[in-house]
Design a protein around this ligand. Structure first.
Ligand code: IMP
Ligand code: MG
Length: 180
């Protein structure tokens, strides 16, 4: 094993706070969105959030279809590459469906805009969006989420599915990587 300098991580959003917010998001979604919605989970970062959200949705009475799409706009570090790449597509046909996109973070807005335009272009009746985190200060394109977990500042966060160079996705809370 090579030794890597571990980053210093400060807790930003504790586990219990995330859990409560996910339940309340699920209640809002179950109340307002159609029963036959198709959830499109944007991998990889949102897999932990999506796993909790769909179970909370089930408890709130919703029984959505679920499919997965892998998009990336980040390289291996903490700087965005700009262009969004689709590396794994959903297998469901979205024509005539009500879609709810679930993603981890809204930053520049490019990832969400790409996913939304792609799915509406394929004939979805409606495309709504649910984001765990929103870095409002960092927006570069005009796109807003229909459901947002938490607004955060311009900080690089990890944990609860979010990675730093493909590590730390298993941290149970959301933490901030301390900058020197
Ligand atoms: P956007 O396309 O600029 O809105 O970036 C959104 C994507 O960048 C998210 O889906 C994340 O995968 C990634 N991302 C943005 N900020 C962070 C962060 O602080 N930690 C980890 N990943 C991030
Ligand atoms: Mg992502």
């Amino acid at each position: 094993m090579t030794s890597v300098a571990e980053p210093v991580v400060d807790e930003l959003i504790p586990e219990e706070v995330i859990a409560e917010r996910v339940i309340s998001l699920a209640k809002d979604i179950a109340r307002s969105e159609p029963e036959d919605m198709l959830i499109v989970v944007i991998l990889k970062g949102s897999f932990v959030f999506a796993a909790d959200l769909i179970r909370a949705l089930n408890r709130a009475g919703a029984k959505p279809w679920v499919d997965f799409m892998t998009l990336s706009s980040y390289g291996d570090g903490i700087r965005s590459k700009g262009a969004v790449t689709l590396s794994r597509d959903i297998s469901e046909d979205v024509t005539g469906r009500h879609v709810l996109i679930v993603d981890d973070i809204l930053e520049s807005g490019r990832t969400l805009q790409f996913a939304r335009d792609l799915l509406s272009g394929r004939g979805a009746v409606s495309v709504k969006t649910c984001l765990l985190l929103d870095k409002t200060e960092k927006r570069e394109v005009a796109v807003e989420a229909d459901y947002t977990g938490f607004e955060i500042g311009d900080q690089f966060v990890i944990g609860y599915g979010l990675d730093l160079a493909h590590r730390y996705r298993g941290l149970p809370y959301i933490g901030v990587v301390r900058r020197d």
